[in-house]
Design a protein around this ligand. Sequence first.
Ligand code: NI
Length: 140
Amino acid sequence: MASDLVRFSVAMPQGLLDELDAYAKRRGVRLNRSEALRDLVREYLVEEATVAPDEEVAGSITMVYDHHTPGLAARLDKIQHRHASEVISVMHVHLDHDSCLEIVAVRGQSRIVHNMADCMLGLKGVRHGKLTCVAVCQAD
Ligand code: NI
């Protein structure tokens, strides 16, 4: 309902806005920017809310970062050492002169895994990042 909608302004780089428009176009001609944004926010929040904070999850933290950013590699390393119980495996790929791709396989309490991902992906110099995880099913 229109009366439930709240307007707010969002600032984003032109490139990201272009990508949002391209996403809206792919999803359907009648999807405008607001609808596309609502879609994406819901999708993200629902994904995060489906697992209880104390439930065990397994997944991966995937990120691309600029290894020239001072102190970044050390900070990422420190977070992983702090979460040694959650980190199962790490794959590091030197993409090119500036960029590294790192994929960290994780397993642990949802709350802890999400905190760890937030700490890593929020660091300056991390260009792209995503935590993908699912609840670890208990065998009956
Ligand atoms: Ni590298």
